[in-house]
Design a protein around this ligand. Structure first.
Ligand code: NAD
Length: 438
């Protein structure tokens, strides 16, 4: 099967690489010439475990190629996936300009029946809007051939994206067309054979499933953060609470770890977009609204924790371990570390930071922030007045605390992911503060 992917970012590149791995002939297209040039030279522009090997293997077997030509991509494929960004706009709604640009580009170059599959996260009703847009362009071009629009939301998690794509918990397909559904079944044949649930529904339901899922997970995080923030004010221990809650099968143990708040390219914008979708429908989704509010405040709560622990921030050297919004990614979009750093700098602190993968992106996206980027944990902790563990990278799980103690100016360890047991850190001579536990 010949496939085109429009938009070669985190989702597009993983989708393209994985579909090629499953035996399809894939062209990944992007308007970013630099990105495509690098990919043509074998350079993978993002850090995602397993992706580089996948791309290398499938490029050499000629099942995967890259282009900036929409004409070439459309001519190549029967099924065209759209995986462009849908960033947040000022009014919190999803900006659909990249999606509609891609749709117009596809419709202007179609010469026969195509299945147009939307993988970008888009508000309910977008699939129908896409249909109308394509019909109108084909009419202008006096073309009469058919096409189908499918919603196939993506649930991959950065850091485990390849695995998530190849073996997802479920595949959701929204379409009104039997022909398009058959194409989708062929594309996901391997997953169907593995008995991975294949949910078929209409366009609107598929679009809503994505927002409902992300907002639910985000709500779980904000919920446990609220409980943790209350634990900080009493003698309760959130780690025991999370564990005991998670033992209830109806609740489940995942997404019950407190921390500096959710970040990344999805949860923050998708929760806000869902509130916006509700408001446009004349309904205010109060739970999601509160989820957003709690999350927006959580980096400030973490800043306050650091501030209160140190008493005064002026000229204090703070070590930030981890900038990425979560481990195993270089993505720093909406990363809570950035907000915490901004507040610390504003209050006179000096920042030294280390992240195994995300420092280049941090330098590029926040050149204004005066951060001393370090090459490893030890140099980041030298002369530090406070080590703040923000992202739970594997590299930070087994720190040599005695060595670090000898290196720092003041032994304070603030663990925003509750990675360490307080007693263990205290035994090494540090003052320990976690989230929601003494
Ligand atoms: P991204 O910003 O990493 O990549 C988007 C790519 O689209 C960019 O390379 C950009 O140059 C390209 N692009 C924009 N307009 C184009 C056009 N007209 N033609 C061709 N290329 C174009 O975005 P992403 O993180 O991959 O997210 C893409 C979509 O998938 C979003 O809607 C997002 O919400 C959703 N999503 C993301 C994730 C994730 O973890 N990143 C997971 C699930 C769903």
């Amino acid at each position: 099967m010949n496939i085109a992917i429009i938009g070669t970012g985190y989702v597009g590149l993983v989708t393209g690489g994985c579909l090629a791995q499953l035996g399809m002939n894939v062209i990944c297209m992007d308007i970013d010439e630099d990105k495509i040039e690098r990919l043509k030279n074998g350079i993978v522009p993002i850090y995602e475990p397993g992706l580089e090997e996948l791309i290398r293997e499938n490029r050499s077997s000629k099942r995967l190629s890259f282009t900036t030509s929409i004409k070439k991509a459309v001519a190549h494929a029967k099924v065209i996936f759209i995986a462009v960004g849908t960033p947040q706009q000022q009014d919190d709604s999803a900006d659909l300009k990249y999606v509609y640009q891609a749709v117009r580009d596809i419709a202007s170059h179609m010469e026969d029946y195509k299945v147009i599959v939307n993988k970008s996260t888009v508000p309910v009703g977008t699939g129908q809007g896409v249909k109308t847009e394509i019909e109108s362009i084909l009419k202008q071009r006096s073309k009469t051939f058919g096409f189908d629009v499918v919603s196939n939301p993506e649930f991959l998690r950065e850091g485990t994206a390849v695995k998530d794509f190849l073996k997802p918990d479920r595949i959701v397909i929204g379409t009104e067309s039997e022909t398009a559904l058959n194409y989708m079944k062929r594309i996901y044949d391997v997953q169907i054979q593995l008995d991975i649930p294949f949910v078929v529904t209409n366009l609107e339901t598929a679009e809503m499933i994505k927002y409902a899922s992300n907002a639910f997970l985000a709500t779980k995080i904000s919920y446990i953060n609220e409980i943790a923030d209350m634990c900080d004010l009493c003698n309760a221990d959130i780690s025991v609470i999370s564990k005991a809650m998670g033992l209830d099968n109806r609740i489940g143990s995942k997404f019950l770890n407190p921390g500096p708040g959710y970040g990344g390219s999805c949860f923050p914008k998708d929760t806000k977009a869902l509130v916006n979708i509700g408001k446009n429908l004349g309904y205010i989704p109060k739970i999601v609204e509160s989820t957003v509010e709690v999350n927006d405040n959580q980096p400030m709560m973490m800043f306050e924790k650091i501030n209160k622990t140190l008493g005064c921030l002026e000229n204090k050297i703070i070590t930030i371990l981890g900038i990425a919004f979560k481990p195993e990614t270089d993505d720093i979009r909406e990363a809570p570390a950035i907000n915490i750093i901004k507040n610390l700098l504003k209050n006179g602190a000096k920042i030294k930071a280390f992240d195994p993968e995300a420092m280049e992106n941090a330098k590029k996206m926040h050149p204004d922030l005066s951060i001393e980027y370090c090459t490893d944990v030890n140099s980041a902790c030298e002369n530090s007045d406070c080590i703040v563990l923000v992202t739970e990278w594997q590299d930070f799980m087994n720190l040599d605390l005695l060595e670090l103690k000898a290196n720092v100016r003041t032994p304070v360890f603030i663990d925003l992911r509750n990675v360490y047991t307080p007693g263990y850190v205290e035994k090494s001579g540090f003052l320990y503060k976690g989230v929601g536990r003494k």
